[in-house]
Write a protein that binds this ligand. Structure first.
Ligand SMILES: Cc1ncc(COP(=O)(O)OP(=O)(O)O)c(N)n1
Ligand SMILES: Cc1nc(C(=O)O)sc1CCOP(=O)(O)O
Length: 431
């Protein structure tokens, strides 16, 4: 017992018998395994744990046991993971051989402080999002709540993995690997993502050839989404700044969707039932109550919320408002703000329209997803559509300056086709 060398927490798999017999996920890049059996007898748990250790140790992957220090001792695990209502980490540490890994579940700053005092090696911070894997009685932390819990680490060298989410020293997952028909590939994909976030030398996508394939795939998806917008004509609810209300409505129509620019809090519930996406742009913030209500209702329906926090760093009020809003609801896409106001806001509209289409074609119906559909592809598609149309408008002879550019742009958006997107759109994927 006692894993030699530094422990890599980056892709932490929490699993039970499902890992056996082949341990395919391990070959995909899992770096540490926790055996978690909640309903089996002790004898059966021991068997599963022994077999898991056999597989993992072939690949020099440490094996931890969930809750049961007796099982860990009996089969020589590398350590244990204990929850808040299990054996205290300090006691587990006393019972286990020196050098054993001890991890503790944490959901509050107080849990973290106790884990440090107990001499734990790492904490599991969660749940970040909802999980289908167990009935959860703890507070869903979200990224902001996880940040609050992590603040309690206060410079301690304790490692941390996010569970039911991602980030920190690693992610701890169940379903993303174990519910996949191809656990090895699922593990590899997660491993690539985690490594890309934690190492500057690795590409975000898995390599140059895959990258160019992905770029083409995204462009084709954007073309498909434009066709979907034209077919379905989703209603796009926009609470946007007064400078661009008119332009945003015209861009929405030109893309083939319908705009509604309602702002009153009392109509947000009804609107959430009929709109395909919500854009919130707080360039000219007025009454916040409508914005707060709108996001909550749209989240509840699992439709996209696109947040454009215009000039968020310019004033304290804007910064605090953005925090208040993001504590009230979850944005599916946050649009960054280039210096220009006009075209920047139109991009937000286009992203909202394409995200509505991505949501319509999305298949991830599982409850734990914040929204159906691929919001990354929706966001890129929205930007591509405006970029292609802008390039076409800019080369027109009737465009003499910024006054004539805008109507030409609206025309080019109106005349945009899936084929034009495929012909003209360009994406480069950077490591
Ligand atoms: C890495 C990691 N973090 C948290 C948990 C949850 O453990 P616990 O609170 O003991 O809940 P159960 O796993 O017993 O349902 C974990 N297992 N792993
Ligand atoms: C076992 C477990 N414990 C959690 C906690 O926060 O305490 S979340 C979780 C399961 C995470 O599974 P998935 O990756 O499928 O959502």
């Amino acid at each position: 017992m006692g894993f030699k060398g530094p422990v890599d927490y980056s892709l932490y798999l929490v699993t039970g018998r499902e890992l056996l017999p082949s341990g395919a996920a391990i070959k995909g890049g899992v770096t540490i395994v926790q055996v978690r059996e909640k309903t089996t007898d002790t004898g059966e748990f021991l068997k599963v744990a022994r077999k898991t250790k056999e597989i993992c140790h072939k690949y020099s992957i440490p094996v931890l046991i969930n809750d049961r220090v007796d099982i860990a001792l009996a089969m020589g695990a590398d350590g244990v993971h204990v929850g808040q209502s299990d054996m205290p980490a300090r006691v587990a540490r006393q019972l286990l051989p020196p050098g054993s890994i001890v991890g503790v579940s944490t959901n509050t700053p107080v849990d973290v402080t106790a884990a440090i005092a107990d001499g734990a090696d790492y904490i599991g911070v969660g749940p970040i999002w909802n999980t289908q894997t167990k009935v959860n009685h703890k507070t869903l932390l979200g990224p902001r709540g996880a940040g609050v819990v992590l603040n309690a680490l206060q410079g301690s060298s304790m490692r941390a993995v996010a569970i039911g989410g991602r980030g920190l020293d690693g992610v701890a997952v169940v379903s993303a690997i174990m519910a996949s028909r191809q656990p090895r590939e699922a593990a590899r994909e997660l491993s690539n993502i985690v490594r890309a976030y934690t190492s500057s030398s690795l590409p975000v996508f898995s390599g140059p050839s895959t990258a160019s394939l992905k770029a083409l795939g995204i462009i084709q998806a954007a073309a498909g989404l434009l066709a979907k917008i034209r077919e379905a004509g989703p209603l796009i609810h926009q609470i946007t700044n007064t400078v661009v209300v008119n332009q945003s409505a015209n861009v929405t129509l030109a893309l083939g969707a319908s705009p509604i620019m309602a702002t009153a809090a009392s109509e947000m519930e009804d609107l959430s039932k009929v709109s395909g996406a919500l854009l919130i742009n707080f360039g000219t913030i007025g009454d916040k109550s409508g914005i707060l209500e709108a996001g909550r209702w749209v989240n509840a329906r699992r439709n996209p919320v696109i947040f454009d926090p215009v000039a968020v760093g310019a004033t304290k009020y804007r910064f605090e408002t953005s925090q208040e809003l993001m504590n009230a609801w979850q944005a599916s896409v946050i649009k960054g703000n280039p210096a220009e106001i006009g075209s920047g806001c139109i991009v937000g509209t286009s992203v909202a329209v394409f995200c509505a289409a991505a949501n319509l074609v999305g298949e991830n119906d599982a409850e734990q997803y914040l929204v159906k559909g691929d919001m990354f592809v929706g966001a890129i598609s929205g930007i591509l559509a405006i970029t292609v149309a802008s390039e076409l408008a800019a080369t027109r002879e009737d465009v003499k300056g910024s006054g004539t550019f805008l109507p030409a742009l609206i025309d080019e958006i109106y005349n945009l086709t899936p084929e034009k997107i495929i012909d003209r759109a360009q994406i480069e994927l950077h490591p």
